[in-house]
Ligand binder design. Sequence first.
Ligand code: TYD
Length: 207
Amino acid sequence: MKGKFVTFEGCEGVGKSKQIHLLEEYLKANGIKYFLTREPGGTPVSEQIRKVILDGSNTSMTDECEAMLYASARIQLLKEEIKPRLERGELVLCDRYIDSSFAYQAFARGLGEEFVANINSFAIQNFEPDCTLFLNLSPKEAFKRKGGVDKNDRLELSGFDFHERVYKGYLTLAEKNPHRIVSIDASGSKEQTHAKIISALKDKGII
Ligand code: TYD
């Protein structure tokens, strides 16, 4: 692919949205063109799937169904937006991607890596980002900073243990994929974290 594909990962409340916003400002100020999207979502079909997944009233949804809905939203986004843009040489930024499925569904929900790898390899044929920025902050610190949970979000209601498992999942993924995943210490100020992100993207030759 001619373009570059960068994904953002991390537990809830680590400041991912803020950091993406700061990166956008940096790219605009430096005249670097980019396309920003998010998972689950980013296309009309994937946004509808997102509503089903995150709807707090869907309490009967099985873990397997949830994992497959994420993979469905992903393949739609990949085919409709990400791949065509990368083929045209664009820089594509995505708020969450497949590592979220490993951290949340495989590790935290307990579906296991094999199940998640199987449904995703079927959907996306192991298509990997060039660089994944993992905002590394423990759920304890993140929740302290955020000041509590959003009561309308099914996933945020999953409890503290769940988020601890998500975090451990991310640490495992970062260890297993050092060629792609950069662990960014997100415990400092937003400016410090932003500076680390810029330097990681420069080191990887992305910007
Ligand atoms: P969102 O409100 O976008 O959360 P955030 O701002 O933290 O990214 O909701 C996305 C939720 O979906 C988030 O809790 C992580 C979860 N998720 C998975 O469990 N598996 C996945 O594959 C993806 C992409 C997201």
